[in-house]
Design a protein around this ligand. Structure first.
Ligand code: NAD
Ligand code: UDP
Ligand code: UDP
Length: 318
């Protein structure tokens, strides 16, 4: 059923999570009606509390592994726990969320003719044998390891998106997100940025897994959301997958030192065992995003960390 107003009706699954809540904010600011669907597994009402009074925002508790019948013009499919602690808590449910969730949202998009975006991940590259990773790289994933429920679930979701595109002509947009950080990250999801900031603010030892020489590239949340909006606005037929992330690459030791300096903490560094299947390095090749939509991250790591530290201080330490 077409809308009777000019406002676009946008569905954000996982909208009460870290990235989803920032996305809902931006979509509302751009003049859309936003339907936020979440089962609150890792997300919370707190993340969208400031939006609840907005008449153009609607929050719905729903699990995307079950069918959803709503009338919308555009779908952002973000529902899925993203950190190893959360996605390994109930691995079967994680795979179901990615796969059944994708099927249901694609079925919905097919019925209503909506453009649909998938929040895929750099984890589809696994422990990469090619560095940095261009979109053409097929990945190196252990199908039976503890990360597989997430990695393979997301890979299968990409397969479904492209098959719905080829078979049913769906207008799809697949984004491979690299490590992103910022306000509203979970305080205890075990991610390196939140762990280090909280440990530093508490004055506890900073836990580095392994020798700390493994690398990651960290994208500030506002940069990523800007990339989402630009990519979803590209013409139909531009499907991706497209990498979005910050190519600045840091070792975990460098990150620990930055966090200690920016918080002014007296924390020391403690080494702990490296988890199984932990990728040694990861950095996006964002040449496609640069060429296609003139997008690149604008917030340097020190500045993004400052803003994130301010959020954690204000929310949990005041
Ligand atoms: P998050 O855990 O904060 O958000 C996920 C949201 O999905 C939560 O609100 C959670 O309650 C909800 N959810 C989980 N299972 C659900 C289900 N079955 N039905 C409905 N809602 C469900 O994580 P995030 O960092 O905001 O990640 C959002 C998306 O981006 C995820 O799909 C994740 O895989 C992807 N991603 C994130 C990053 C990152 O660095 N943050 C990197 C790569 C990919
Ligand atoms: N679906 C949904 N909302 C809709 C339309 C479909 O949740 O508005 C679900 C539906 O339950 C189905 C899935 O999406 O399981 C895939 O739909 P599709 O039409 O592709 O497949 P089919 O219904 O033929 O199995
Ligand atoms: N890590 C660490 N200390 C921590 C948490 C994580 O050294 O307290 C390391 C982890 O082993 C990995 C990197 O930091 O090498 C990034 O971990 P995270 O879980 O944030 O992201 P992912 O591995 O999914 O990229």
């Amino acid at each position: 059923m077409p809308a009777l107003t000019n406002r676009k009706r946008v569905l954000v699954t996982g909208g009460a999570g870290f990235l989803g809540s920032h996305l809902c904010e931006r979509l509302l600011a751009a003049g859309n009606d936003v339907l936020c669907v979440d089962n609150f597994f890792t997300g919370s009402r707190d993340n969208v509390l400031h939006l609840l009074d907005n008449p153009h925002f609607e929050l719905m508790r729903h699990d995307v592994t079950f069918p959803l019948y709503v009338e919308v013009d555009e779908i952002y499919n973000l529902a899925c726990p993203a950190s190893p602690i959360h996605y390994q808590h109930d691995p079967v449910q994680t795979t179901k969320t990615s796969v059944h969730g994708a099927i249901n949202m694609l079925g919905l998009a097919k019925r209503v003719g909506a453009r649909i975006m998938q929040a895929s991940t750099s984890e589809v590259y696994g422990d990469p044998a090619v560095h940095p990773q261009p979109e053409e790289y097929w990945g190196n994933v252990n199908t039976i390891g503890p990360r597989a429920c997430y990695d393979e679930g997301k890979r299968c979701a990409e397969t479904l998106f492209f098959d719905y595109h080829r078979q049913h002509k769906l207008d799809i947009k697949v984004i491979r997100i690299f490590n992103t950080y910022g306000p509203r990250m979970h305080p205890n999801d075990g991610r390196v940025v939140s762990n280090f900031i909280i440990q530093a603010l508490k004055g506890e030892p900073i836990t580095i897994y392994g020798d700390g020489q493994q690398t990651r590239s960290f994208c500030y949340v506002d940069d990523l959301i800007e990339g989402f909006l630009r990519f979803v606005d590209t013409p139909a037929g531009v499907t991706g997958p497209i990498n979005l992330g910050n190519p600045g690459e840091f070792t975990m030791l460098e990150l620990a030192e930055k966090v200690i300096r920016l918080t002014g903490s007296a924390s020391t560094i403690e080494h702990m065992p490296l988890p199984q299947d932990d990728p040694k390095q990861r950095r996006p090749d964002i040449a496609k995003a640069r060429a296609l939509m003139q997008w690149e991250p604008a917030v340097p790591l020190d500045e993004g960390l400052d803003r994130t530290i301010a959020y954690f201080r204000g929310r949990f330490f005041s």
